[in-house]
Every structure is written in structure tokens, then in C-alpha cells.
Design a protein around this ligand. Structure first.
Ligand SMILES: [Zn+2]
Length: 351
């Protein structure tokens, strides 16, 4: 070691000793189709500073990467120089599929055209001067629930998220299962209806098409346009060109509209059948259900699902499994940066 290197190493060491809390913070970023969220997160999962911005997907990949860098820079600066000096890395969550080894966005269908094999971790890491690790958002969420949330203590569990889309992650033996390419576990694209609607991925009748905010919105809009539901047509008339949202259909059900009720009954029945299948295939200890649609439905979704599992799944897995709501809400994609970076530092791939 040269003298300069020794001094530099001592300099780093003395900073860590004098500022112990700063050494364990990370930068976190959650890239979504409509929002980008950034934060500084402490080792215990506490969010120190946060910022949020619109995802400029229509402006292309360069604009998205630039916005990510701006938000991360802002939360780092807001956290103050002591914490900024002790940051250990950047954990990035993004819609799948992603390549965690090269740090690229492979072909996310919901971000917009032009997002194919986009370098993501490398330009962000270079701009912030920190090592950056990229994982699929549902994988980051599963790591977060495993470390800080509803899957603590589990070695074998499934994470399912039902919001605008439908996603999932598989954890086996305490490790994310990604298969040989890191892309396994796209649970939202299991078929629940052979003759069902087209999915955004090109397939047909996937659970995302009948049990997700976007799928329910589309079914509700079709019912309104076909004249089957005056209540949904009235809500559609107040909406812009984007049509109904899933929450409109849920509100119409609450108000007593039978067509909206039928759409949501079918969504809940599809979800229950889907979960029974997962219980029989994986025999997990737990299934953690997250996402804004699932949170809005609460026990209306989980209660009938548990009943279906108890009535129709195989005995040994049904007696073991617990089907529980996620614990971390909207922050799940941010606090998962802590275990993601810990995994990468240990030399292991997250999957
Ligand atoms: Zn699909």
C-alpha cells in the first residue's frame, strides 16, 4: 500500500468512527410507470429524506435516467453532509424485466416505447459516485417484506402485489428465485381464463387482465361503453380520455352497481383460484399480498381467498400457509434497497 493509499484508508476509517450513524445509510430509488420516488434510507429501514417526481416516460430513456439522478441528488443533499459522506450504495427498483447483472432495463412494457436494453444502474452510479444495484421492483419489495415486514422469519414465501398491474416474487430457502436469467417469478402472467382478454404482454387471460387496477378499469370501461351499466357510464362521462380507473369500478360496487359488483366478484374469484394454485405448487410458509388494489380491498379480497385455500388446496400446504397483507405500503420499493445492497455487498446476486 502506498503512503497516499494508507492515508486515504485512514481518512475513511476516521470518518466512519466519528460519524457512526452515517455509515449505514443508502440511496434508494423506485422507478414506476407514473412516478419516480427517491429516498435516503437508514439501515433499520427508516426513511430519512424522500422526493417524488413524475416519470417522463414519453420523453424517452435519457429523460427518465436524468430525472432519477436529479431526485437522488436532491435527497442526498437534503440528508446533509454527514449522512451523504457515509452512503454505501444505491438500490434501484424498476419494472421488470430487468437484467440485475448488467443493471439494464430489458423491455418494461409499461414505461413506454424506446425502453429496450437501457443502461440504468451504471449511469446512475457514475453520476452519484456510488455502487448501484438494480432489481425488479417486486423482487426489491419481497426483500423489504422479508427483512422489515410481513415475511420476517420466513424462508419460503411468495410475494404478490395487486395494484395497477399484478406482480410477484418467489423466495425459496431465504433467497429470491430468479432462474438462470434472473427473470423468473412473473406471477401476474399466469392464465386464469383461457378465452380471456389480451394481456399487455401479448398473452391472453392472464390474472393481470382480470384482477388488477388496469384490468378492472378496462372491464368497467367496456361495460359502460356497451350500455350495460348506467352507473359506470355516468362515472366514465366525468373522466378524461384515459377512461375509468379501477377505483371507479370499486366505488360503483360500493354504491350498489351490480355490473361493477360482478367485475370485482370475478376478480376476487380469479385471485382466490390463483392463490390456491400457488399454495399447491409451492407449499409456502406465507403469501404476502401487497399493492394498492389489494390494500383497498383488504379482507374482502383475502377472506374469500383463505376460504378457497381451506376448502380446495392440498391438506399439508393449506394447514401451513398464512395469507397476510403486506406491511410496508408505498415505501416497500425504497426500504428494500437496504437488503438489496447488503446482498450485493456479500457477493451474492439477489436471485
Ligand atoms: Zn401477461
Amino acid at each position: 500500500m502506498t503512503c497516499g493509499g494508507f492515508l486515504a484508508a485512514r481518512g475513511r476509517y476516521s470518518r466512519r468512527v466519528s460519524l457512526p450513524p452515517a455509515a449505514d445509510h443508502v440511496l434508494a430509488l423506485d422507478l414506476g410507470a407514473s412516478r419516480i420516488r427517491a429516498a435516503v434510507v437508514a439501515a433499520d429501514g427508516g426513511v430519512v429524506t424522500r422526493r417524488e417526481g413524475r416519470t417522463p416516460g414519453a420523453d424517452g430513456p435519457t429523460a427518465v435516467v436524468t430525472t432519477c439522478i436529479e431526485l437522488l441528488t436532491a435527497v442526498r443533499d437534503e440528508a446533509g453532509p454527514a449522512i451523504a459522506a457515509g452512503l454505501t450504495g444505491i438500490g434501484l427498483a424498476a419494472p421488470g424485466p430487468v437484467d440485475p447483472r448488467s443493471g439494464t432495463l430489458v423491455e418494461p412494457p409499461n414505461l413506454g416505447p424506446g425502453f429496450r436494453d437501457v443502461p440504468f444502474a451504471k449511469p446512475i452510479g457514475l453520476a452519484l459516485g456510488l455502487p448501484a444495484a438494480l432489481e425488479r421492483d417486486t423482487h426489491v419489495a419481497a426483500l423489504a417484506e422479508l427483512t422489515f415486514g410481513a415475511a420476517r422469519g420466513c424462508r419460503d414465501f411468495l410475494y404478490v402485489t395487486v395494484s395497477t398491474g399484478f406482480g410477484g416474487a418467489i423466495v425459496i430457502g431465504g433467497r429470491l428465485y430468479g432462474g438462470p436469467d434472473g427473470v423468473a417469478g412473473e406471477l401476474g402472467h399466469l392464465v386464469v381464463d383461457l378465452d380471456g382478454p389480451r394481456c399487455g404482454c401479448g398473452g391472453r387471460g392472464h390474472i393481470e387482465t382480470v384482477c388488477s387496477g388496469s384490468g378492472i378499469a378496462r372491464l368497467g370501461t367496456e361495460a359502460a361503453l356497451a350500455g350495460r351499466s348506467p352507473a359506470l357510464a355516468a362515472r366514465l362521462a366525468t373522466r378524461g380520455p384515459g377512461g375509468l380507473e379501477g377505483t371507479d369500478v370499486a366505488a360503483a360496487e360500493e354504491a350498489g352497481d351490480p355490473v361493477a359488483g360482478a367485475i370485482l366478484d370475478r376478480a376476487r374469484a380469479a385471485f382466490a383460484a390463483f392463490i390456491v394454485g400457488l399454495v399447491d405448487v409451492f407449499a409456502p410458509e406465507r403469501i404476502v399480498v401487497g399493492g394498492s388494489f389489494a390494500a383497498g380491498q383488504g379482507e374482502r379480497l383475502l377472506g374469500p381467498t383463505r376460504d378457497a385455500v381451506n376448502e380446495t388446496a392440498f391438506r399439508i400446504p393449506r394447514e401451513r400457509v398464512a395469507i397476510v397483507p403486506a406491511a410496508l405500503g408505498d415505501d416497500v420499493g425504497l426500504v428494500g434497497a437496504v437488503p438489496l445492497l447488503a446482498l450485493r455487498r456479500s457477493g451474492a446476486r439477489a436471485d
